[in-house]
Design a protein around this ligand. Sequence first.
Ligand SMILES: Cc1cc2nc3c(=O)[nH]c(=O)nc-3n(C[C@H](O)[C@H](O)[C@H](O)COP(=O)(O)O)c2cc1C
Length: 326
Amino acid sequence: MCALLRPLQIGPYVLDNNIALAPMAGVSDFPWRDVCRTWGAGYAVGEMLHSRGDLMGTDKSTFRTVQMYEKAPIAIQLLGNNPQDMARAAQAQVAAGAHIIDINMGCPAKKVCAVAAGSALLDNEPLVAAICQAVVQAVPEAVVTLKMRTGALRDHKNAVAIARIAANSGVQLLSVHGRTREDKFLGEAEYDTIAEVVHAVSIPVLANGDITCPEKAQQVLKHTQAAGIMIGRGANGRPWLFSQIAHYLATNQQLPEPDLKTIHQVIHKHVQAMHQFYGDFIGVRMARKHLVWYAPYLRMSLVQRQQLMAAETPEHQLSVLAQLSV
Ligand SMILES: Cc1cc2nc3c(=O)[nH]c(=O)nc-3n(C[C@H](O)[C@H](O)[C@H](O)COP(=O)(O)O)c2cc1C
């Protein structure tokens, strides 16, 4: 492997490559992680799971907890602002089979920040330390990682301080999204602060934010010197982006997209996996989101698109898909 494309080591786990799928609530569920891994993602983190015990056991948390058929290492992301809750939730997930616990300090959603969790924690360095230490101590047999932004506020980017706190607490990998909490998803991600974090700590760092093509992946890796990159929205509807990036990093040559027949097979299999994972009712509805992202490859008329989106049963959704010409 070349210098930019290389295996990624997280604690004792050595992953095939350093291109990861980002955790995305409502998107990076087990079926999507599986598709992305098949198409070259070396690592994939599950959607955020609330650490509060009273929220566990809901449909949503059942889908987000450990899936026993997932390829190791299984990485579960926890959200919360109470060190004891986070520690207990981490123990429960490790007991259920998780190998890696990722702490969420990146989510800017209003309903998350309103309870001072996710990226709101970046404002409170003592609490960051307390959460990291509590989780690391609670699960000595597992690896603890942290997903963060560059800070809470644009004019107070404390990513380096947070990264040092995390590393000193025993966190073994950081994923850094190049925006502050204040930025939400506006503007463009910046990579200078990620580069500062990379140079400040000795644990591996994944650079994240707005990586949507092989050239950008190469640019970000060169600029930040990060151990790897993490991709979220850029792979929606085109999981082959992971192998295209890997190929480009290794050869400096573009790998064409798969042919349409292969793409249709990927879509069909992915949708079937969603039906199986979520059951008929939720599966059909969750699949619609991905079908919208896949739409550019489906060459649908307006009527066919309406039929696909209106399908209410797995059989109907799959039969409309099967009728679309390649
Ligand atoms: C729909 C959506 C859901 C997300 N959910 C999570 C989440 O559960 N946990 C988390 O740490 N980040 C979450 N994020 C942030 C992403 O992991 C990532 O940091 C962000 O999208 C920037 O990367 P990208 O430009 O490659 O998408 C979410 C982002 C989106 C768009």
